[in-house]
Design a protein around this ligand. Structure first.
Ligand code: NDP
Length: 257
């Protein structure tokens, strides 16, 4: 195992080793960039490693100025072994893992009677199984360290259902429930936070294949927040004193009621 350089830096400066899933675009990219620019070491996971490398290059100067880092790593959260290796390798390389931001998600909306069963499966695999894979990989590490912070990016869709979003909302209700259950079960050395955003500018709606749902989403998503707003919320939760746990942050664009 490599010398835990970051571990020593963490105790002296508050610098954390933070793992972000789904960091190749949208919210995950904004979270990774902001945390790295605050001096944290970010391990940024997603399948599109070209996008991760671009993000690392784009943020290199700001990151280097404050001693942070953004490390691109290929990750498919639907693969348990892959997710396990993502966490294990980060820990071996840096000596510790301070936070796991479970952000990877997909949203191919459709009406249930369109029977796009493959798309339902994909949402369940990424949004639910992927989250569980991250918890399974990081929980033993956090327990052994006696510290750690789980942050789940759920959605306002974890609190309300609208037509075409039944399965997506179900996965976000599940993400909310799993994260809340984890919070209640964890001992006080481990913090657990749910972030539930409303509409955010990103590529999330690009995967919608059903024409009606895509059209409805264009109007619904006309007033979206910047992903930086979510990065700010994640940063706020991570930055609290160790004895303070931000349970949930719900944030919407002011024009989304
Ligand atoms: P994007 O589509 O821009 O980003 C989704 C990210 O998830 C990408 O980085 C993608 O990377 C990653 N991802 C998808 N599948 C996998 C996989 N199997 N393994 C690893 N990574 C994967 O959308 P957002 O930034 O908007 O979405 C991020 C999260 O925020 C999602 O959980 C979403 O549900 C949630 N959210 C978004 C809202 C919005 O309005 N945008 C509102 C509320 C919540 P890659 O394809 O390279 O693997």
């Amino acid at each position: 195992m490599n010398t835990p350089i970051i571990e020593r830096a963490e105790s002296a400066t508050g610098r954390k080793v933070v793992l972000v899933t789904g960091a190749s675009s949208g919210i995950g990219a904004a979270v990774a960039a902001r945390l790295a620019a605050q001096g944290h070491h970010v391990v940024a996971g997603a399948r599109r490693t070209d996008r991760l490398r671009e993000l690392a290059e784009h943020t290199a100067e700001a990151t280097a100025r404050c001693g942070g880092g953004l490390e691109p790593v290929r990750l498919d959260v639907t693969d348990r072994a892959d997710t396990e290796a993502f966490v294990r390798t980060a820990r071996e390389r840096h000596g510790r893992v301070d936070a796991l931001i479970s952000n990877a998600g997909v949203m191919p909306l459709s009406r249930l009677d369109s029977l796009l069963v493959g798309e339902w499966d994909r949402m369940i695999d990424v949004n639910v199984r992927g989250l569980l894979h991250g918890i399974a990989a990081a929980l033993p590490v956090f327990r052994e360290q006696g510290s750690g912070h789980f942050v789940t990016v759920a959605s306002t869709g974890a609190h309300e259902v609208v037509p075409t979003a039944a399965v997506y909302c179900a996965t976000k209700y599940a993400a909310w429930a799993i994260t809340e259950g984890l919070r209640q079960e964890c001992d006080p050395s481990i913090r657990v936070t749910t972030i539930s955003p409303g509409v955010v500018e990103s590529e999330l709606a690009d995967s919608i294949t059903e024409a009606g749902a895509a059209e409805a989403m264009r109007a619904y998503r006309a007033h979206a927040m910047s992903p930086d707003a979510i990065a700010g919320a994640v940063s706020y939760a991570l930055g609290q004193a160790p004895d303070v746990d931000i349970n949930e942050i719900v944030l919407r664009p002011v024009r989304q009621r």
